[in-house]
Design a protein around this ligand. Structure first.
Ligand code: NAP
Length: 371
């Protein structure tokens, strides 16, 4: 029976992965082994009635007989352990949620509803490294892949509204703490039905107070936003913005002939759904009905939301989408800029399609391939 090592299973992405694997009854037909970099020897997860003891995730020699390793542990782990394994002659399949190996020439970025053909070619040509994409990029492609497939896209500009979860669990907790402080501080004013300007001043004073909790984000996110994600690139983009063009074109197999993609990535106070407003320059005047059909037909998770208030506020929000695999695409319309300019808006759970789901599905694809 094939052996699959799973590491990072107790982190945020890993927990979502484990939930999905249990939900889909994925733990069949292979022997799972669970690793931890900090809890070796302790009890690991229980799967189908079997309790697993944790193996040492920092001991690469324990992994040399594995057929597949699936890591949601993080980039530090990948940088340390992956080279040791390959240097010691390990030829297994490496599936990873971390970005470390994404742009390497011997790795593919996986999002099988969009690039299954590239994954299949990779498997048959002997590629062994399959890496989940950046959350924002994967969610954009789940929404818009139909337009890319038709060859209609000249360029895309994407303005993002990204959830706290993209930064990690500690950041999600800090956002809630910030919200609590804001609410608690103005509670009496709300109860006494004070004038709105007094309430507003109270909120402003709270978030500007030097005592306001900002250890993770560095600045307030509650009652505010942060138009910067990840580190600076030399051209003025953030790395999150740079991933838009680099990863999208790698996923689509277009690195030699890239489609320009750029935008501004912004952190907002939603929990785990990223939203994006797209301006899409089409290379011809495509009728709106054809555009809508292409989006809705590309995969079974993307669907159209009618461009009216009722449908939009009920369907096209993080509150509606969180915890689901749904990819609603709405506000689809031609713009005043011209008939070749399209506007659209999409929402997706960044821990599901943005992180855990592509690697969960890749594990199944690899296991079927090597069976
Ligand atoms: P995380 O929650 O920090 O978990 C990573 C690992 O930290 C765990 O598997 C665990 O490994 C260790 N850990 C230490 N203390 C822990 C605690 N109290 N609770 C749970 N785990 C603890 O990281 P993550 O957000 O899941 O991200 C994992 C990887 O996925 C990263 O490379 C990240 O860049 C990538 N990714 C993240 C997202 C996202 O939205 N967060 C999206 C796409 C990709 P040990 O058992 O070995 O100690």
């Amino acid at each position: 029976m094939k052996k699959v090592g799973i590491i990072g299973w107790r982190g945020m992405v890993g927990s979502v992965l484990m939930d999905r694997m249990r939900e889909e009854d994925d733990f069949q037909g292979f022997e799972p082994l669970f690793f931890s970099t900090s809890q070796a020897g302790q009890d690991g997860p229980e799967v189908n009635g079997t309790s697993y003891q944790l193996l040492d995730g920092l001991d690469a020699s324990l992994m040399l007989d594995l057929d597949v390793i699936l890591s949601c542990q993080g980039g530090g782990f990948t940088s340390e352990i992956y080279p040791q394994l390959r240097d010691n002659g390990w030829h297994g399949y490496w599936i990873d949620a971390a970005s470390t190996l994404r742009m390497e020439s011997d790795a593919l970025i996986v999002l099988d509803p969009v690039n299954r053909n590239i994954i299949e070619q990779g498997l048959s040509s002997g590629i062994k490294n399959y890496i989940g994409g950046n959350c924002t990029v994967s969610l954009m492609l789940m929404a818009l892949a139909g337009l890319f497939e038709k060859g209609w896209v000249e360029w895309v500009s994407s303005q993002t509204y990204q959830a706290a979860s993209g930064a990690g669990a500690k950041y999600m907790i800090e956002l809630i703490e910030q919200m609590r402080l804001v609410g608690e501080n103005c509670q009496n004013l709300l109860d006494d039905n004070e004038h709105i300007l007094a309430i507003d001043k109270n909120v402003t004073d709270t978030i500007r107070s030097h005592r306001f909790l900002t250890n993770q984000f560095g600045v307030p996110l509650a009652a505010s936003l942060i138009p910067w994600i990840d580190r600076a690139m030399e051209n003025g983009q953030t790395r999150e913005e740079w991933k838009g063009i680099s990863e999208t074109n790698k996923i689509l197999g277009r690195e030699d002939n890239p489609i320009p993609i750029d935008g501004c990535c912004v952190r907002i106070g939603s929990m785990r759904c990223h939203s994006q407003a797209f301006t899409i320059k089409l290379n011809q005047d495509i009728p709106l009905a054809d555009i809508e059909a292409a989006i809705a037909e590309q995969n079974k998770w993307a669907y159209l939301v009618a461009n009216n208030k009722e449908a939009t506020i009920n369907e096209l929000t993080p509150a509606r989408v969180t915890g689901t695999l749904d990819i609603p695409v709405g506000r689809v319309r031609k713009m005043n800029l011209g008939d070749e300019y399209l506007s659209a808006f999409s929402v997706g759970d960044q821990l599901l399609w943005g992180a855990a789901e592509p690697v969960r599905r890749m594990l199944k694809i690899v296991l079927e391939y090597i069976d």
